[in-house]
Ligand binder design. Structure first.
Ligand code: GCB
Length: 603
């Protein structure tokens, strides 16, 4: 009997030893103690998901995640990661192997690493993003499953790691699905793979999971300003002292966690001591937050953003957003961007254009890009890929969208430059859509009251050169934004005659306008695809837009030509959307100078 009990216990322990847990995203991962798993990963292309399903389409126990090796000469194992080619992680697979250029399906990626766990420490396995559907295995056991291609997720893998060599295998599937976010059709390249950093994060058993510092709104003449700090531990542990230090502001203040592991405090700082973050003064303070066992350092800027009628106020003063839309693609050629250098090049082009604002379309961009924009003094609109025709009535689709929104907000909640969370782009009107998006809007507000909410709407009626924008979502957004393509999809050369009716007392952003041009193609201004056509379109649109009542900014479409499978015109598009002001090789088109000239006047 005793023996049975012991066997049972051992079995239970071995089961326990195999479990990993998805834990809430750790905040400010880049400042934690980490080991990078970036670099070369072996990969196997698995068109029929042979490594996941048996020949009756049941998930198999002997899938590729086992990383099996023949033990005897007669053993049959029909895959071998160690003989498979390698690709760089982070990186999209489409630009690393010609066979994968148009591929949409499953690829397995594997990486081994040496690890020595310290007693009393926990280990998280963090992915910056995997597009789209990821099954993660550690040493042959499942760590978890994640859906959504542009937001971070992490597992506590403490119990799964061995002393010495460890193996991580990820099954990545980028097939498009009607119920997914984004859905089956979208105008950008469906880059697959582990597209952002992979990190092993070493944390104490009880660590600071996330925190948020927020400058409270106040009168511009207020003598004193309030900064609130809220933080929480990964565990409901009461009685831990948190110490917030900002040496430059002479701040060292403490608070104690409650039974939920939450703590908060309020700083009161003389206004004249506080230098507010703005595009002209991208001031960030060194901040550290320490608990009894953990410490995390950050650089944080303080600013307020709010609206007053049709005005947009940054730090209490009206601001015009001289923006441009950007896709997360490398500056030269295609391929997913994921490093500070890529971001720096793209953002420098935006700066040269005269921008103080970028719309990071159409999904959350990588953290390096948002931080680089903050350092360079560029305001950011950040959005989730709730784009075009979403399955509005599917509860799992809603959960997926809400999760992506949550993870986007949690990751960047301390970035002073992020001023707008956008919840959707060009979605068809219906009661179901209104319900879905209004829930998202309320959710975003419940997580973050220090930023504005918007979405890219569409013009609903147009006749006799009169355009009207009407959208039930108006009451759920702070800023009315809409895309319009007069001069390209509509009414070529009619922009000067257009009138606009936007019946809401809120600031207006034109979140897209533009047209395509092939760099180096010249001709008369009415000839499509020439630089002159695009140049003229910009001139006429700017003339029209500038007259819109309450115009608070624009983010024309788009900084750089980007890859899109929808753009098939040979010799012109060649699978690029050509609406960039820069070509895919970084050459400026004529329209660049038109926008630059206008933005110069708007300074
Ligand atoms: C839009 C979409 C954007 C497209 C663009 C275009 O309205 O929001 O994703 O790429 O138009 O080029 O048609």
């Amino acid at each position: 009997m005793r023996r049975i009990k012991t066997t049972c216990l051992l079995w239970c322990l071995s089961l326990a030893a195999a479990t990993a847990k998805e834990v809430p995203q750790i905040g400010n991962v880049l400042a934690r103690e980490t080991v990078s798993l970036n670099g070369a990963w072996n990969y196997i292309i698995d068109v029929q998901e042979e490594g996941y399903y048996d020949y009756r389409m049941n998930p198999t126990n002997s899938g590729f995640f086992r990383n099996a090796k023949p033990q005897r000469p007669e053993d049959l194992i029909e895959y071998d990661f160690d003989k498979a080619p390698t690709m760089q992680v982070p990186g999209d697979w489409n630009t690393q192997d010609d066979r994968l250029f148009f591929y949409e399906g499953t690829v397995w990626l594997k990486r081994s690493f040496d690890y020595h766990q310290q007693a009393g420490r926990h280990t998280l396995l963090y992915f910056g993003a995997v597009n789209y559907d990821a099954h993660v295995y550690v040493n042959g056991k499942k760590a978890g499953h994640h859906v959504g291609g542009f937001t971070p997720f992490n597992y506590d893998v403490t119990e799964m790691l061995r002393d010495g060599e460890n193996t991580v295998i990820v099954k990545v599937d980028n097939k498009r699905k009607a119920e997914a976010i984004p859905t089956q059709i979208f105008d950008w390249w469906n880059y697959g793979g582990i597209t952002r950093d992979v990190l092993v994060v070493k944390v104490p058993e009880t660590y600071i999971e996330n925190y948020k510092l927020e400058l409270q709104k106040a009168d511009v003449n207020a003598k004193q300003r309030e900064i609130t700090m809220t933080a929480h531990l990964n565990k409901p542990e009461a009685g831990q002292t948190l110490t917030l230090t900002i040496p430059e502001l002479k701040v060292k203040q403490q608070c104690v966690t409650d039974a939920e592991g939450n703590a908060s405090l309020t700083l009161r700082i003389p206004s004249k001591r506080l230098s507010l973050w703005s595009p002209d003064n991208p001031k960030r303070y060194s901040v550290t937050l320490a608990s009894d066992h953990d410490v995390v350092a950050d650089s944080i800027g303080f600013r307020t953003i709010e609206t007053r009628g049709k005005q947009l106020l940054l730090n209490g003063k009206p601001i015009f957003l001289r923006g441009i839309s950007i896709h997360e693609e490398k500056p030269f050629g295609g391929g997913r961007a994921n490093c500070t250098a890529d971001a720096h090049t793209l953002l420098s082009w935006a700066k040269e254009l005269g921008c103080n604002f970028v719309r990071l379309a159409h999904y959350p961009h990588n953290e390096h890009a948002v931080r680089e924009a903050e350092r360079m003094g560029i305001l950011v609109w950040s959005e989730i890929p709730c784009y075009w025709t979403i399955s509005w009535t599917n509860p799992d689709t809603y959960k997926n969208a809400e999760r992506q929104l949550t993870d986007m907000i949690r990751r960047d909640q301390n970035r002073a430059n992020v001023i707008i969370w956008s919840i959707a782009n060009e979605t068809p009107h219906s009661a179901e859509r209104d319900l879905f998006l209004s829930r998202l809007s309320k959710h975003a507000r419940s997580l973050d009251s220090s930023r504005l909410i918007s979405m890219a709407m569409e013009v609903t009626s147009a006749s006799n050169y009169k355009n009207r924008l009407q959208d039930n979502m108006n009451e759920y957004v702070d800023v009315i934004s809409f895309n319009q393509y007069i001069g390209w999809y509509r009414d070529v050369n009619d922009a000067p005659k257009m009138e606009w009716e936007i019946p809401y007392d809120k600031p207006v952003i034109i979140s897209e306008f533009g047209g395509g041009a092939k760099a180096g193609l010249h001709g008369p201004k009415n000839q499509r695809w020439t630089e002159e056509f695009q140049e003229n379109l910009y001139r006429e649109n700017i003339g029209m837009i500038d007259k819109i009542d309450g115009l608070a900014g624009t983010t024309p479409w788009i900084l750089k030509d980007f890859r899109s499978p929808r753009r098939v015109l040979d010799g012109i598009q060649d699978y690029y959307n050509r609406k960039g002001l820069f070509s895919d090789n970084g050459e400026k088109k004529k329209a660049f100078y038109v926008l630059q000239e206008w933005y110069e006047k708007k300074k």
